[in-house]
Write a new protein. Structure first.
Length: 229
């Protein structure tokens, strides 16, 4: 089994840090984002990983090649931004298995990849998480406050996918999965959603996300989780 890491973004919301450091190398609790992700895939027995890189790609390659992460890495380098779908299309030449995993390059999680393999062409979804507190009312009376609840009536894309290689014919050379390929698969009823709840999941897009993610890594003993099977 192989995995594709979509690590080609500019990280504009993390400037000026990303003026000098590509987003995948931003450290969280002493390890770069991309190392957390590689260790995550390795935990589930996935040791062949294709890194899709664009911005400061050589810096990413040099860093990873200086480490002994116990995995086999290939690099698919984008000369210009291709979007998530375009990046997968370019990297598909490295995939020699029927099915493969894909992860957005800024997601840190502990969701169980084995569950995602229940169906081909699956998207991991988690309950919508609001960053605001919810006020529960009874008429005009306040009953209680609930801080940052999960909203189980709505599900959000967790940025982790299990795809069949046949999906390549629906991939554009440039564009994102969410508004090109996935709508086609959904219309054909060949796209599945695997629900996860009560999981550690964080997308790192801002300085506040970095702070929150580090707190979650510590609170969830994430490093210990990755070191055990």
């Amino acid at each position: 089994m192989k995995a594709i890491l979509l690590s080609g973004g500019f990280g504009k919301r993390l400037k000026p840090l990303t003026d000098y450091l590509p987003k995948p190398l931003i450290p969280l609790c002493n390890y770069p984002i991309i190392e957390w992700q590689i260790r995550y895939f390795k935990k589930f027995g996935i040791k062949e990983i294709i890194v899709c890189a664009g911005y400061r790609a050589e810096q990413i390659r040099k860093h990873l090649e200086s480490k002994n992460l116990g995995v086999q890495l290939e690099y698919s380098i984008e000369k210009e931004p291709l979007g998530t779908a375009g990046a997968i299309k370019k990297a598909i030449k490295y995939i020699d298995t029927d099915d493969f995993f894909v992860a957005n390059g800024d997601v840190i999680t502990n969701l169980d990849l084995r569950k995602l393999k229940m169906h081909r062409n699956s998207v991991a979804v988690i309950p919508l998480r609001t960053t605001f507190g919810i006020v529960h009312l009874n008429g005009v009376k306040v009953e209680r406050f609930e801080e940052k609840p999960e909203m189980f009536d709505y599900w959000m894309n967790a940025g982790i996918y299990y795809l069949n290689k046949d999906v390549v014919r629906h991939l554009p050379k440039n564009g994102n999965l969410e508004n090109t390929t996935f709508p086609v698969l959904a219309a054909r009823r060949t796209l599945n959603a695997i629900k996860y709840s009560n999981v550690f999941w964080k997308s790192v897009d801002s300085y506040k996300d970095m702070e929150d993610c580090e707190s979650l890594i510590i609170a969830n003993h994430y490093e210990k989780f990755l070191s055990t099977k």
